[in-house]
Ligand binder design. Structure first.
Ligand code: ADP
Length: 397
C-alpha cells in the first residue's frame, strides 16, 4: 500500500484536489481532479498520472444542493473506493486567510481551527469554504495530520508602507491592512524562478497571476515586497467578476443615493463586475477574445490597461524592473492579452518575440527587450503538498 498526501484546494465554487506519494518530496500527483460549479451545476472530473480520465463512480451525478462539507465526504469516499492501493496519511489545505499571525504552514488542531475561524470576517467569501473540509475531516478522523497553507503568508515580507492604508492608526493596529492573496501561486513561481530566469530571478520582478481572480506581486530576492490585492481579494486588477480598485466613495454613493444594502453591494462588486460587468457578455477571457462586440473589446482593453498601470506602479517599491512573469489561466495561455499588456509598457523598453509569445514559451521577450518577459505555469497544489510533506517528516518546526 502506498502512503499518500491529499491536497485540497477549496474555492467558493470548486474543490480541486491532488494525491501525491508521501515517500519522497512530492513531484507529480498520482491523481488530480476537481469538483466545479458547486451550488450551480456541480461537475466532477479526475485524471490519473498519465492524464487518463478516471471513472467518476457516485460522483458522476452530484446534487446541486450539496455543500462543501458534504462534497468533501463524497470525494473521500470516492478516493477510498477508487484507490484502495493508497493510504492517505496527511491532508494539506489551501486556506485563504492566515491574518498577521500565520506566515508559514501550520499543523491543524481543534484550537488552531478555532483561531482560523476568527479570520472568516476578513474573507467571508473564501475562508468558510476552506475551513469546511477541515471540519469534515476532523469529524471523520481526528488523528489524521492536516496542514493549513495560507494565501496571505507569502506577503508577510511586504514593505511596511506597502501594507498600510491611510486610515486612523488604531484601525491599522486592529488588522485593517493590505494582506495580499494568491500567495501559494507566488511561492511556487518564486521557487522555480531561477530555472527560467537564472541570476535575474533574484532581481526586481513583477509576477502577474491572471486567472478568474487576478493580482500582481512585486518580488525582490524572490520575496514579496508589495502586491496589488489588499485587505480583501477585491482590490487591484480587473478580474473575471470583481471590479478591482474602486473609489470607496462609489460604495458610499450606492448606500446613500441608491439605497443599496450590503448584500446587493457585495454581489455587485464580487459577482457582477469585472470582465463580466464591463462586457455584459462573459467573465471568461476566451469568450471575450472570440467576440467581435465592442463591449467585449472594451472589457479586454480595460483589463490590459489596468494591469499595465499596476505593473508600472509596483516599480516604485521595487525601484525599477528587470522581469515580468505571466501565470494562471489567462497569463499562461493568452498570447493576445500578454501582448496587449506589454504593448502598454512599450515605453519602458518592453517588447515581445511574437512567435515565442504565440507558443507560450518560457521566455517571450524580444532579443532587445530591456525587461525579460516570461510565462511560467503555476502549481499551488505542489506547494501545499511540499509543506504537508515537510510537516509529516519533521513536525511543526
Ligand atoms: P481561477 O482563478 O478560477 O483558478 P484560472 O487560473 O483557471 O482561474 O483562469 C481562468 C481564466 O483563464 C478564464 O478567464 C479563462 O477564459 C482563461 N483562459 C484559459 N485558457 C485560455 C486561453 N487559451 N486563452 C485565453 N484565456 C484563457
Amino acid at each position: 500500500m502506498t502512503e499518500t498526501i491529499l491536497v485540497l484546494n477549496a474555492g467558493s465554487s470548486s474543490i480541486k484536489f491532488a494525491l501525491y506519494p508521501a515517500a519522497q518530496t512530492p513531484s507529480s500527483p498520482l491523481i488530480r481532479g476537481k469538483i466545479k460549479g458547486i451550488g450551480r451545476a456541480p461537475e466532477f472530473n479526475a485524471v490519473d498520472i498519465s492524464g487518463r480520465n478516471i471513472d467518476k463512480g457516485p460522483l458522476a451525478a452530484i446534487e446541486v444542493t450539496s455543500d462543501h462539507q458534504h462534497l468533501t465526504s463524497l470525494l473521500l469516499d470516492w478516493l477510498d473506493v477508487h484507490d484502495q492501493d493508497n493510504n492517505v496519511v496527511a491532508i494539506g489545505h489551501r486556506v485563504v486567510h492566515g491574518g498577521r499571525e500565520y506566515a508559514t504552514p501550520v499543523k491543524i488542531s481543534i484550537e488552531i481551527l478555532q483561531e482560523l475561524r476568527q479570520f472568516v470576517s476578513l474573507a467571508p467569501l473564501h475562508q468558510p469554504h476552506n475551513l469546511a473540509p477541515i471540519d469534515a475531516l476532523i469529524k471523520r478522523n481526528r488523528d489524521l495530520l492536516q496542514v493549513a497553507c495560507f494565501d496571505t503568508a507569502f506577503h508577510r515580507t511586504q514593505l511596511h508602507l506597502a501594507e498600510l492604508f491611510a486610515l486612523p492608526r488604531h484601525l491599522t493596529d486592529e488588522g485593517i491592512i493590505r494582506y495580499g492573496f494568491h500567495g501559494l501561486s507566488y511561492q511556487y513561481i518564486s521557487s522555480i524562478l531561477p530555472k527560467t530566469l537564472g541570476e535575474k530571478a533574484e532581481g526586481r520582478i513583477v509576477v502577474a497571476h491572471l486567472g478568474n481572480g487576478a493580482s500582481l506581486c512585486a518580488m525582490q530576492n524572490r520575496k514579496s515586497v508589495a502586491t496589488s490585492m489588499g485587505f480583501t481579494a477585491l482590490d487591484g486588477l480587473v478580474m473575471g467578476t470583481r471590479c478591482g480598485t474602486l473609489d470607496p466613495g462609489v460604495v458610499l454613493y450606492f448606500m446613500q443615493e441608491r439605497g443599496m444594502n450590503e448584500e446587493e453591494i457585495q454581489r455587485l462588486l464580487y459577482n457582477d463586475s469585472g470582465l463580466l460587468g464591463v462586457s455584459g457578455i462573459s467573465n471568461n477571457m476566451q469568450v471575450l477574445l472570440e467576440s467581435d462586440h465592442a463591449h467585449a473589446k472594451e472589457a479586454i482593453d480595460l483589463f490590459c490597461y489596468r494591469a499595465a498601470c499596476e505593473i508600472a506602479s509596483l516599480m516604485v517599491p521595487l525601484k525599477g524592473l528587470e522581469g515580468i512573469v505571466f501565470t494562471a489561466g489567462i497569463g499562461e495561455n493568452s498570447a493576445p492579452i500578454r501582448a496587449q499588456i506589454c504593448a502598454n509598457l512599450e515605453w519602458l523598453g518592453v517588447n515581445l518575440d511574437s512567435e515565442a509569445n504565440q507558443s507560450n514559451a518560457h521566455i517571450i521577450s524580444g532579443a532587445n527587450s530591456e525587461i525579460v518577459v516570461s510565462v511560467i505555469p503555476t502549481d499551488e497544489e505542489s506547494v501545499i503538498a511540499d509543506a504537508t510533506f515537510n510537516i509529516l517528516q519533521h513536525g511543526n518546526e
